[in-house]
Design a protein around this ligand. Structure first.
Ligand SMILES: Nc1ncnc2c1ncn2[C@@H]1O[C@H](COP(=O)(O)OP(=O)(O)OP(=O)(O)O)[C@@H](O)[C@H]1O
Ligand SMILES: [Mg+2]
Length: 301
């Protein structure tokens, strides 16, 4: 059995619940706070490349495929931000999933096949404090392989029933991996894409999730608001919400300077602040949970 003791999975069997956005923000904020971070994109869509702005340098997942199925060494794309390296995903990840599926189905001991993923990543793992993995909603084989070698899971969900149902897929993968990876811990569920004025729906969702999860798996206190214009701009520009916020602060400073000097000030508009602080609070909770789980060695079932 190969486990990677600093690997966090962000997963939900449901699409469009902000998994990739959360991976980008956990990775960016942790790196900004001084953690040495590796983000791994296991999604054929490769959207993490857009969120972190490295699309033109992405190999589409070829490096990860080669490391899993040949003796090639896995080489990350370095410094997409200070302290943040990346293993890109994209179309080649489909090949990775197909090959894993085929190997698992052909062998009497599927653990060797599943562990190809872990064996590709393991040699790099000691270079990092935290490895954050973006998983696709489909391609269950990738979730299953990742669950067999990771330490923690965070599950983002929206407030609708379909998204909450997507949790069952994660628990299926979680339970299936427990024999080979008893250390795997679900750190918590994060409620995403929340309408800030729909407080009753949020309260109902919290109750529904607590009933479903029981006492041992928490729902994070912080939520991520629905903020379409900001989300679209961030993905388009490859900039994280807190980076937008910093840009807006600089622009505001220039505006006041221009006003002071009697020059024409530039327009400043940014709705990044709310989304940036949502992610800041949520990531703080997640990192605190990781730190305390690392110290106690606890597992949550
Ligand atoms: N806070 C937000 N408010 C509004 N829209 C958002 C927000 N965060 C992300 N989005 C948008 O929602 C869509 C899904 O986001 P994202 O790609 O992060 O989710 P996902 O769970 O990774 O999706 P997939 O299952 O396709 O991988 C994207 O179009 C994204 O721009
Ligand atoms: Mg995604």
């Amino acid at each position: 059995m190969t486990t990677i003791p600093n690997m966090l999975l962000v997963m939900n069997g449901k699409g469009g619940v902000a998994k990739t956005s959360l991976v980008a923000n956990i990775s960016g904020i942790a790196a900004l706070s001084g953690w040495k971070v590796l983000a791994i994109d296991l999604d054929p869509q490769g959207n993490l490349a857009r969120d972190l702005g490295y699309l033109s340098q992405s190999d589409g997942g070829l490096g990860l495929f080669a490391a899993a199925f040949t003796k090639a060494q896995l080489t990350p794309l370095e410094n997409v931000r200070p302290n943040l390296d990346v293993i890109p995903g994209g179309p080649e990840t489909i090949r990775l999933a197909d090959q894993l599926r085929s190997d698992v189905s052909r062998t009497s001991d599927p653990s060797t096949a599943y562990h190809r993923l872990a064996n590709a990543i393991l040699p790099l793992s000691h270079n990092y404090d935290l490895i954050v993995v973006d998983l696709p909603p489909g391609e269950a084989i990738l979730r299953q392989a990742a669950a067999r070698c990771a330490k923690w899971i965070v599950i983002p969900t929206k407030t609708d029933d379909g998204s909450i149902d997507g949790l069952n897929a994660v628990f299926g993968d979680f339970l299936a991996s427990r024999d080979s990876n008893p250390e795997l811990t679900v750190l918590g569920v994060a409620i995403t894409l929340v309408n800030p004025s729909a407080t009753a729906i949020l309260a109902e969702t919290r109750i529904e999730l607590s009933d479903l999860l029981g006492e041992k798996i928490p729902v994070f206190e912080s939520t991520i608001r629905f903020s379409e214009a900001m989300a679209v701009a961030c993905r388009r520009d490859g900039v994280l919400p807190y980076e937008y916020e910093l840009t807006a602060i600089s622009a505001t400073r220039r505006r006041f300077e221009a006003l002071r000097l009697g020059k024409k000030p530039e327009r400043v508009s940014s709705a990044a602040g709310g989304l940036a602080s949502d992610y800041q609070r949520l990531v703080e909770e997640i990192l605190a949970s990781i730190s305390s789980s690392s110290q106690t060695g606890d597992t949550v079932a």
